[in-house]
Design a protein around this ligand. Sequence first.
Ligand code: SAH
Ligand code: ZN
Ligand code: ZN
Ligand code: ZN
Ligand code: ZN
Length: 425
Amino acid sequence: CPSGPALLFVKTSQGKEEGRRFYACSACRDRKDCNFFQWEDDKVSETRLAAREEYNRSHQPFFTHRQNAERYKNFVLLPLSKRRFCQECQQLLLPAEWEKHSDHQCLCDISTAQLKSPSRILYPLENKKTNAQYLFADRSCQFLLDLIIDLGFRRVLSVGTPRLHEIIQSKASQEEDFRVRSLLLDIDFRYSQFYAEDEFCHYNMFNHYFFGGEAARETCRKFLYQDNGERVIMVTDPPFGGLVEALASSFKKLMAMWKETEEGGHNSQEMPTFWIFPYFFESRILEFFPSFSMMDYQVDYDNHALYKHGKTGRRQSPVRIFTNLTPSTIVLPVEEGYRFCTICQRYVSSGNKHCEICNSCTSKDGRQWKHCVLCKKCVKPSWFHCNNCNCCALQNHTCEKTDAGCFVCGKAGHKRSTCPSLSHA
Ligand code: SAH
Ligand code: ZN
Ligand code: ZN
Ligand code: ZN
Ligand code: ZN
């Protein structure tokens, strides 16, 4: 389909596989956005294949990345008064094109500073669940960059992190002694208007597809290969509706690409990675990356719905950093209340008390959790042990079980759409 190779799905009901397997779009969960559908055992006729190829061709962006890069060069030569951005078409306009957009809302006098912060010009995509864009709040973006620098990294593979990419590229162009560089991989092609071909690759992280073909893949490979692949980190912040197994499979391929850099050089090492994702996906992520651990740092966004209001009045974000770096090296800001637990050898939230029985700082959401002797583990403060269900749950839960685990948290009794982890959205 236009998003590259489709994914193979299977319908499940009550935890059992049902019926035939089928291929559907990797990037769009909504049939309205992409209606690609094919049974696994379908024989596809030549005519249908040809029609499909024609359809995919006609759904390519109007300008190629190369053309956009060329347009950008011309755009920056224009005086301020001639620099316009069409908000309806989400496009930088050259003077000859003004006419066509005359009844569209435009931003005028686009400054160089604005061009260096495209995430502030482009509106965040939010209509489609799986393609929602949640941009880092400055506090979190700066924290990530400082952390990356303190850890000694020089190159960042920014997978779906346009705002991190842009502060890195912007600093690199302004401060002579700033040594960090970034390559952005993102499905949002609007960014190709602002970045050269060695700064941005149009990429789908659900199927590891480079829209720009072998040349784009080579750009990524080259970026990872510099300095024998040393001092490079992958930072990714995928849409939360995304399928963990599809994402993990793509990240493993990017890691493998990095591993090829030097003949056996990194031996058993894994490419350093920050995967930014909600805490309730912890078990799913660890399933695919046992070397990862979850940090307590709460990643904040400018435009996120997934917030609760904490006691302090500050919004409590459920989003965390998962990493394969040694937890004790991830220093969290003490001024924001994080402290170092010498037993766990990692920084934890102020409310996260070390449990003597679990011998671990067990809170996942920053609130103090309580130990249940019957469950033999710590649970959320709002939970009570239910003798019916033989586990802890909310006081007003209904004592019933279905076999099928929820897609989001893996627990029984509800589906993804009614997952309590997502209920504060
Ligand atoms: N917090 C980040 C943005 C995260 S939002 C920041 O501020 O930089 C998720 C990002 O992933 C968006 O940039 C979105 O365009 C991108 N994205 C969504 N689906 C994608 C896909 N299938 N492949 C690659 N990138 C995708
Ligand atoms: Zn327009
Ligand atoms: Zn501890
Ligand atoms: Zn405990
Ligand atoms: Zn219990």
